[in-house]
Write a protein that binds this ligand. Structure first.
Ligand SMILES: [Zn+2]
Length: 604
């Protein structure tokens, strides 16, 4: 047996919660004799934007065998220590500022600590295949006596000081890639458990809440079990954690191989005595379902461009429509197929996705393949022109998945579906670690469909993801006994704008291409103050005034741009048909009903 590689050892201590500082050390027993380079990732997998986490490193120094040792900064996120004599043990000590309340970085105060490894653990260049040991330390002080640790990082069993379940102490990872794929929560959180296909799943809630944990565990168990059954038991992890930060107003999630970091609004969680299924709770379940589906689709079935990740720069792929879009399709679908929501609820959610896609004229300028490729500079860095310039590879990607699923089902008389495509991708890529080439999804569709259907749908898919045509959803859904109804959200004439939320003022967030406001010269950022000489305090006042006018009417709008008062003459447009409702048809053929039940479950 070859000698075990020396592990890289990290220690992380919430040294000063009041100042939001983690103290971290990294010890290397066999540093590069030419001068060891250390580097912090520039981005975190799952969130496709350069974030330059190293800007939060406040101080950094090196020691050799306990004595100060020279180290130089090479670039924005890399350092190189002076060459070390044979047998020397090199340690780095650094402080990380952690005050980013998102799922992507690190956050620390007197109530809890949270970190992603990408924010706190420097990679040791040339040693990223080494096992890693991490000592997660409890902050000093009696007030932290009750703190626990929640993470999917494996316990370092057999190591002196190894952590016990939910405890501080030593954890381990097989290599750096695994180390940074297990976020860590610490504090006095609420813990719920459930078993799905023999695997323990934890729900960890940080922040004040009145959650009905029993209900949440039961609903999530059904969703997780359905997903596990889709790909085939057992699931690819032996433990899973939903690490959830509960706040007044917030939404976000990031997927990892055996956990997810979530941010949710308190009002979205179920409460004891809750009746029905409120929209907020449906949305939270959809988020959990989405991140869980990623355990297969993107964490294990990965684009070739991510195998391995290059964490120093953008990693380009034209496939995010498959990894985010297909996951977005299955997130709500898993809720109905597992029986957690009713088919009518599901059609309501689907109608909202369809409407959202049809509202942006950017869909006629950018394909989902281009949107995927440009995620780093466009989808993740949206400005006021985004609705006119880009399409969401999430939302349109989900509709492409829907159209593909319906065509596979209809074309095979219900014998094959997108489920089979996902299973093929899982066997071919997820279980082998082989990345999905840029043509890989088309290949899987061709083979799944087989005969003439497979090649036809593979060609259709390629043309669709590379093009900007709208999807034939109304026609496809009709074959499943579902009616498509398009109508305006409001009967009032249209200004062609989106208002910014809040503040009691009427500020334009975006101005839509081809709309009345754009034709009159109004711009995003303009604050509308009067319509035909009457004050506009809020968006509601604007809606009320527009409702009393007709398309084609000319109105005078006063607005501030910068600090200059300007006046615009606006000819109001026709109400925009932007609301799609999907409902089970009153009359549907037996064939359509059979397809619908195959798709949405027996309750449909
Ligand atoms: Zn996602």
């Amino acid at each position: 047996m070859p000698p075990a590689l020396p592990a890289v050892e990290y220690r992380i201590r919430p040294a000063n919660p009041g100042a939001h500082l983690f103290h971290v050390s990294c010890t290397v027993r066999d540093p590069d004799p030419a001068g060891q380079v250390f580097r912090l990732p520039a981005w975190i997998p799952g969130s496709y934007m350069i974030r330059e986490f190293a800007r939060n490193i406040v101080t950094l120094r090196a020691e050799l065998d306990g004595e100060a040792w020279p180290i130089d900064k090479l670039d924005k996120h890399s350092w190189r220590a002076a060459p070390v004599p044979d047998g020397g043990v090199l340690s780095l000590y650094y402080e990380v500022y952690a005050w980013d309340l998102s799922v992507r970085a690190a956050h620390l105060d007197g109530t809890h600590g949270f970190f992603n490894g990408t924010s706190v653990f420097l990679a040791v260049e040339g040693r990223s295949d080494r096992p890693c040991l991490v000592d997660i330390e409890r902050p000093d002080g009696a007030e932290y006596r009750d703190w626990k640790v929640a993470t999917a990082l494996p316990l370092a069993r057999g190591v002196a000081g190894a952590a016990r379940p939910y405890g501080f102490g030593w954890y381990r990872a097989a290599d750096y890639d695994e180390l940074i794929d297990h976020p860590v929560e610490m504090g006095s959180f609420t813990l719920g458990h459930f078993d799905a296909a023999g695997v323990t799943h934890d729900i960890v809630l940080t922040g004040r809440h009145d959650c009905d944990l029993e209900r949440l565990c039961e609903d999530l168990r059904r969703v997780c079990e359905w997903q596990i059954a889709l790909f085939g038991a057992p699931p690819p992890m032996d433990y899973y954690a939903f690490l959830t930060m509960v706040v007044g107003e917030g939404y976000g999630g990031l997927e990892h191989r055996a956990s997810t970091a979530l941010l949710c609004s308190r009002a979205e969680l179920p409460w004891k005595g809750m009746e029905g299924l409120p929209d907020g709770y449906k949305s939270f379940l959809g988020l959990c379902s989405h991140e869980y589906f990623h355990s297969w689709n993107v964490k294990r079935i990965k684009p070739a461009a991510f195998t391995p990740y290059d964490l120093t720069q953008e990693n380009y792929t034209r496939l995010l429509w498959a990894f985010e879009g297909f996951t977005s399709y299955y997130d709500d679908l898993a809720l109905v197929r597992s029986g957690v929501i009713a088919p009518d609820d599901y059609l309501g959610l689907l109608g909202k996705t369809v409407s959202a896609v049809l509202r942006g004229s950017g869909r006629s300028k950018q394909s989902v393949a281009e949107s995927s490729f440009d995620a780093w500079t466009k989808y993740y860095r949206q400005d006021e022109n985004a609705p006119n310039a880009i399409v969401s590879y999430y939302a349109k990607g989900a509709l492409i998945a829907l159209a593909l699923d319906l065509q596979l089902r209809a074309g095979s008389d219900g014998r094959s579906s997108l489920d089979d495509v996902m299973r093929l991708l899982w066997q071919r890529h997820g279980q082998t670690g082989l990345g999905v080439a840029e043509e890989g999804v088309f290949d899987a569709v061709r083979e799944t469909g087989g005969g003439t259907l497979g090649p036809k749908l593979a060609r259709w898919l390629k043309k669709t993801v590379e093009g900007t045509d709208d999807l034939p959803l109304a026609r496809l859904l009709k074959g499943f006994g579902i009616d498509w109804q398009a109508e305006p959200t409001t009967a009032a004439p249209s200004l062609g704008v989106k208002l910014a939320a809040g503040n009691g003022e009427c500020r334009l967030a975006s101005v839509h291409d081809g709309g009345a406001a754009q034709a009159a010269g109004l711009s995003a950022g303009d604050v509308l103050i009067a319509l035909d000489g009457l004050k506009l305090g809020s968006g509601k006042a604007l809606d009320d005034m527009l409702a009393r006018r007709q398309p084609g009417d000319e109105v005078e709008i006063h607005a501030f741009r910068r600090d200059e008062l300007m006046v615009f003459s606006v000819v109001l447009g026709e109400p925009v048909v932007d609301k799609i409702s999907l409902k089970p048809a009153e009359k549907a053929s037996a064939g359509a009903l059979k397809l619908r039940r195959g798709w949405l479950g027996r309750a449909a």
